[in-house]
Design a protein around this ligand. Sequence first.
Ligand SMILES: NC(=O)c1ccc[n+]([C@@H]2O[C@H](COP(=O)([O-])OP(=O)(O)OC[C@H]3O[C@@H](n4cnc5c(N)ncnc54)[C@H](O)[C@@H]3O)[C@@H](O)[C@H]2O)c1
Ligand SMILES: [Zn+2]
Ligand SMILES: [Zn+2]
Length: 375
Amino acid sequence: MDVRAAVAVQAGKPLEIMTVQLEGPRAGEVLVEVKATGICHTDEFTLSGADPEGIFPAILGHEGAGIVVDVGPGVTSLKKGDHVIPLYTPECRSCPSCLSRKTNLCTAIRATQGQGLMPDGTSRFSIGKDKIFHYMGCSTFANYTVLPEIALAKVNPDAPFDKICYIGCGVTTGIGAVINTAKVEIGATAIVFGLGGIGLNVIQGLRLAGADMIIGVDLNNDKKEWGTRFGMTHFVNPKEVDGDIVPYLVNMTKRGADQIGGADYTFDCTGNTKVMRQALEASHRGWGKSVVIGVAGAGQEISTRPFQLVTGRTWMGTAFGGARGRTDVPKIVDWYMEGKIEIDPMITHTMPLEDINKGFDLMHEGKSIRSVVIY
Ligand SMILES: NC(=O)c1ccc[n+]([C@@H]2O[C@H](COP(=O)([O-])OP(=O)(O)OC[C@H]3O[C@@H](n4cnc5c(N)ncnc54)[C@H](O)[C@@H]3O)[C@@H](O)[C@H]2O)c1
Ligand SMILES: [Zn+2]
Ligand SMILES: [Zn+2]
């Protein structure tokens, strides 16, 4: 069938809107009509050429929501008409990783997904004789896409596509980092570095978990109002602090008789390796946990003095907020429908597919929290 897509023809070039061909679903696969898709920093990372694993030409996009229109042979958990969110981290429930109960990093289709292909090693997208690669197993920058059954979460059909698409990455990553990865408890202190589309969701996750002190750190003073809106209690702009930000933050979080300071939990949502170090070192001696969420550029490394770890800090990271997609994503959609979490105010811009490059421009200019393409 013919579908409308924004194709990443080459690194560093704007997406090109064109009609491409999509083959129907094969065994274990599902054809989805994409109704809306968010534009995430990770799409931009790949499009810019900074992603060493980027493959072109490809149909990017991994933050979608849509409706099942057809299923291939052997598909049992989904049927025509179901509302779904594509999962770039699938959940097969039978690979060693899924069975371990220790990670959400399902390995069932990992190798082919990384190559921009479906699990049988082929692509469903083409233009004329040339194949176009899939991206993160999702390719939501097309109005129809094909995914493996294990990479789709079935969600509440009353939920609006143009809002819940954000649960396909940003919302789940931020809230999941708090709940699944850090396992923040009521009354905790926390510092969030970078108050963009991810960091603001970390903040609302901290509010949901009942954290007491939620410090937001950003170079952009406009983010103070944004953070406060979702539960941040204090704001720090590193440019307005004399000297090193780490002792400043440690001092802010001093509690109890020993007056040691440092937050119980810290989160990097910038992708800057220097900030990752600051986040670790601003966590509390003896028990602080620091979670890396940001994706650093190719070849970059993190460093700290081992003493920081010897004295009881834990450095950890999270992909898709540690969420098991088919199990956890429907719950997060329900939380949104019940008003436990907010999404609407974070979607600052919407546009038709034809204007998708404007969404990338808004991201570069720091003007958007989230842009959503509505088909
Ligand atoms: N781990 C995952 O599963 C996952 C999922 C999605 C996105 N990400 C990554 O998370 C990161 C954040 O994504 P986003 O969409 O929120 O980006 P964003 O650009 O919307 O937000 C980044 C924020 O960090 C601030 N910032 C930049 N440098 C800073 C510094 N030195 N100190 C303090 N603040 C600083 C910026 O002003 C901005 O507000 C990206 O690296 C993205 O690729 C990771
Ligand atoms: Zn993303
Ligand atoms: Zn698995």
